[in-house]
Design a protein around this ligand. Structure first.
Ligand code: ATR
Length: 280
């Protein structure tokens, strides 16, 4: 009997040292009996093309892409899956059997899967509020537009960037409000998602008045360093339900693992313990 070939995958970025993706994927490779390794590879912007060629030559199944290459990689790929095309950004590449490359974006899927698994009863009868207008906001908006919500409100310090998202993907179901108006929207939204970098270690907190939000409101912060951001802390103090960003990292990884290995892996307790230990 011939044994299955050694499988390889990686995450590329610059910097990459702190990526948790190897912990996640190497855990799943072991759990699902895939003999292989998931590496992290530091790739400077000027060496992106060479890095892709190298991974192809080494027989990689595919790779993940993080900052700052998610958009820059697109010209080097042969095909884009529909969500990646809509997002204008790629976080997962598959090397196909015929040697071509396909780009995917699993960030929006990851964001929604985390929410559904963590709090399946999140309110869908009221609008959702997305704060921020970077790539993560686009992913959040795309994911949430697939839900049957009345509409989606987006706000960003730089209003034009929010308007661009609403125009590109909103299908008439996205409303843009000024950054200063976010407190008012938070009073009636069912779901509030922070996709800005506010609240991340080293950044100021995201100020948001949640004191009169309905008790069933869910506050979701995609920042996961720290795991409980000042925004989530405030939400909990107001009696609201919260979702941390760590699960989004895991579920976007799960969708990438499925793309490469055709297995949808579980977020099991061992993986949860391992990841949470990183933040202790
Ligand atoms: P990503 O693509 O990962 O989402 P990004 O493009 O760097 O990241 O986006 C960062 C987000 O945080 C942006 O929405 C940014 O607002 P601007 O578009 O106005 O820059 C938001 N952000 C960062 N610092 C902020 C601050 N001090 N106050 C309000 N928003 C801030």
């Amino acid at each position: 009997m011939t044994s299955a070939p050694f499988k390889r995958a990686a995450v590329i970025g610059w910097p990459i040292a702190h990526s948790l993706s190897p912990v996640i994927h190497n855990h799943w490779m072991r759990v699902y009996g895939i003999e292989g390794e998931y590496e992290k590879i530091a790739v400077e912007p000027e060496t992106l093309a060479a890095a892709i060629g190298n991974m192809k030559a080494r027989g990689f199944s595919g790779f993940n892409i993080t900052v700052p290459h998610k958009e820059a990689i697109i010209p080097y790929l042969d095909k884009l899956a529909p969500l990646a095309r809509l997002m204008g950004a790629v976080n997962t590449v598959k090397f196909e059997e015929d040697g071509t490359t396909t780009g995917f974006n699993t960030d929006g899927i990851g964001l929604l899967a985390n929410l559904e698994k963590s709090l399946p009863s999140w309110p869908k009868d009221r609008p959702a509020l997305v704060m921020g207008a970077g790539g993560a906001a686009r992913a959040a908006a795309l994911g949430l537009l697939n839900e049957n919500l009345p509409f989606l409100v987006i706000t960003n310090r730089t209003r034009e960037k929010a308007e661009a998202i609403a125009r590109d993907i909103g299908r008439g179901r996205m409303v843009v409000v000024d950054w200063a108006e976010r407190h008012d929207v938070a009073k009636t939204a069912g779901l509030i998602v922070n996709t800005t970098t506010l609240g991340m270690h080293g950044n100021p907190p995201l100020e948001l008045d949640l004191s009169i939000s309905a008790r069933d409101t869910v506050v979701y912060d995609i920042v996961y360093q720290p795991l409980v951001t000042p925004l989530l802390d405030h939400a909990q103090a107001c009696g609201l339900r919260t979702v941390t960003g760590l699960g989004m990292l895991v579920y976007q990884a799960a969708a990438a693992f499925k793309v490469w290995f055709d297995i949808m892996p579980e977020y099991d307790d061992e993986l949860r313990d391992r990841l949470e230990a990183v933040f202790k």
